[in-house]
Design a protein around this ligand. Sequence first.
Ligand code: HEC
Length: 135
Amino acid sequence: MKLSVIKQAFLALFAISMLISCEYEFIEVATPKPPDPNDTTVETVLFSTQIEPIFSASNCTNCHGGGSPSAGLNLSAGNAYNSIISNDLVTPGDPEASIIYTYPNPISGSHNTRYGSADDANLIYLWIFQGAMDN
Ligand code: HEC
C-alpha cells in the first residue's frame, strides 16, 4: 500500500516534469514566407550587391573561401557566382531544388553553418526564382 503511494507520487512527478519539458519543445518557430515572386512590384535581386555579401556576413567564406575551399565551393567575392554554377548548386527558377538555398537554410537546412537570418534565405529564394542571374 505504502509503496504504491510512493510509486504514484513518482509517477505524478514524472508526468509533471514531462509536461514542463514538453512546453519547451513546442515553442513555435514561424516559417517565414519568401516574397511573392508574382508581385510585379518586387524588384530584381542583384547577385553582386545583395546575394554575394550574405556569404561573408554569414561566415560561409571562413570555410568556403580562397585557398582550398570546403567542398570545392568558393563563396568569396568575385568567385561565388561561378563556383555556385560549376558545383551545380542552383536550378534557376526552382529554389526548392537548389542546394545553395535548401542546405544552409536557417529554418529547414541541415548544414552545420546556415544563413544568418530568414531574410537572407528569402532573398536567395527570390534571386533563384528570378533566374539566378549573374547581375
Ligand atoms: C565550418 C566550415 C564551414 C562553414 C562555416 C560553412 N560550410 Fe558549407 N560546407 C563545409 C563542408 C566541410 C562541406 C562538405 C561537407 C558537408 O556537406 O557538410 C560543406 C558543404 C556545403 C554545401 C554543399 C556543397 C555540395 O557540393 O553539395 C553548400 C551548398 C554549402 N556548404 C554552403 C555553405 C554556406 C552558404 C555557408 C554559410 C551560410 C557555409 N556553407 C558555411 C564547411 C563549411
